[in-house]
Design a protein around this ligand. Structure first.
Ligand code: GLN
Length: 452
């Protein structure tokens, strides 16, 4: 049924980069065999899933949305991929994304522009916009994403679905093509909080192949999603988020969600996190710095594309030609910014300062969580914007991440759940819920209580 749905609507939505019908049916048959043999596969056995093209897959291409990886077949499965397979999920295909996960609209993909199923003229968010669109368009009930600066929560918000960013280190980065390694976090997309929790549990947990993986039990997110109550919880509204630059309808839906929390028995207070104001500039130094280092591995020798290797050029010239042609404009912008910020003489002024801000943001969270159990804010300042509107204006694009970035810099658990529609066209609005590091169960519990 899902393959039929993909065939019917993906020509218009363009969520998938790769779907191989035969391979999908073969996986489904294999799950049947395992179940027939008495294997215990858990609650998601046989459920189809759309997989972000940033996770390596041995049986499908993996491009990270970049020309530089065109045609590359990974020699190993990412841990997330392997755990999906172990749980009997059927991988429908690989989804479109901003190149190397840099962007908030999926317009930075080297391959295609994905359309928001609510209005095909609008963006589905990014960088995991192929995954959010696939779930919103009923092409898949579940999808994977990665959240480095909001790339699960923001696309979930603007397509009216649920998307969670687990605690950093709670889900494995092994086989996830690196963007900013101290921030990258795999997480789930689904159409309701309980489904997201089931997927979260299926692929999370310690992995010895990832040196920053947390060696502790996965927080009980499924139990929390089933519990779905907020009675007696203290909820903090982040004072710094919700002023200028927010679409009025977004704030209306947010305020209604806060009233709903109160009516369900939560005690709501305003909490100030003064350093959150600096999160966006700090992130846009730290993430490019890490990316400039991570993307050095695309040297024309190891993977995919190689340009100008005709026997007359040096290895250095081939490398330069390949990177010039293989990387898109946003990726080049980030590599240049990051290389500059890390250069000797500038390190202390830029990267060092950004790291200090990161510490201050963690302290804001610590102070807030002495007063409240969870924090809430709008997920994004606006609903989905029109395709093309911000494509040539990086600063406007970066503003989409205003509310999501603090949780990345501090590593906290966070989720976005639908909280209604806004604007003349009735486009989805997301409510963001944040909890402490390893407090993932709390965001699912609150999210399940208020999701619409
Ligand atoms: N939009 C942010 C960026 O461009 C976040 C991306 C992400 O979370 N992968 O960096």
């Amino acid at each position: 049924a899902h393959l039929d749905r993909v065939a019917a609507v993906d020509g218009a939505v363009e969520a998938f980069l790769h779907v191989d019908e035969e391979a999908v049916l073969a996986q489904a048959r294999r799950v049947d065999e395992r179940l027939a043999a008495g294997e215990e596969l858990g609650p998601l056995a046989g459920v189809p899933i759309a997989h972000k093209d940033v996770f390596t897959t041995t049986d499908m291409p993996t491009t990270a949305g970049s020309r530089i990886l065109e045609g590359w077949r990974p020699p190993y499965d990412a841990t997330v991929t392997a755990r999906l397979r172990a749980a009997g999920l059927v991988i429908l295909g690989k989804t479109n994304m901003d190149e190397f996960a840099m962007g908030s609209s999926t317009e930075n993909s080297a391959y295609q522009v994905t359309h928001n199923p609510w209005d095909l003229g609008r963006i589905p968010g990014g960088s995991s916009g192929g995954s959010s669109a696939a779930v919103a368009a009923y092409e898949a009930p579940l999808a994977t994403g990665t959240d480095t600066g909001g790339s699960i929560r923001q696309p979930a918000a603007v397509t009216g679905i649920v998307g969670a960013k687990p605690t950093y280190g709670g889900s494995s980065r092994y086989g996830l093509i690196a963007f900013a390694s101290s921030l990258d976090t795999p997480g789930p997309f689904a159409r309701n909080v309980l489904d997201a929790a089931l997927l979260h549990e299926a692929f999370s947990g310690h992995d010895r192949m990832d040196s920053t993986s947390i060696d502790k039990p996965v927080p009980p997110v499924v139990r929390a999603a089933r519990r779905a109550d907020v009675a007696g919880l203290r909820i903090g509204v982040v004072k710094e988020f919700g002023g200028e630059g927010y679409q009025p309808g977004v704030l209306d839906r947010f305020n209604e969600a806060v009233e709903l929390l109160e009516s369900l028995g939560a005690k709501v207070v305003e909490v100030s996190c003064p350093n959150f104001t600096y999160a966006l500039p700090a992130y846009y130094l730290i993430a490019p710095s890490e990316c400039s280092s991570n993307l050095a591995r695309f040297d024309a020798m190891r993977y995919g594309l190689r340009v100008g290797d005709d026997g007359t050029r040096s290895a250095e010239e081939v490398m330069a030609l390949t990177r010039a042609e293989g990387f898109g404009a946003e990726v080049k912008r980030r590599i240049m910014l990051g290389t500059y910020a890390l250069s000797s003489g500038y390190y202390d002024a830029y990267y060092g300062k950004a790291q200090q801000i990161r510490t201050l943001i963690s302290r804001d969270f610590d102070a807030a969580f002495e007063q409240v159990d969870a924090l809430v804010s709008p997920t994004t300042p606006t609903t989905a914007f029109p395709i093309g509107e911000r494509a040539d204006d990086p600063m406007a694009m970066y503003l989409a991440d205003l509310c999501t970035i603090p949780a990345n810099l501090a590593g906290n658990a966070a989720i976005s759940v639908p909280c209604g529609l806004a604007g003349e066209d009735g486009l989805p609005v997301g409510l963001q819920i944040m909890a402490p590091v390893l407090g993932d169960d709390r965001v699912y519990r609150v999210g399940a209580a208020v999701e619409r």
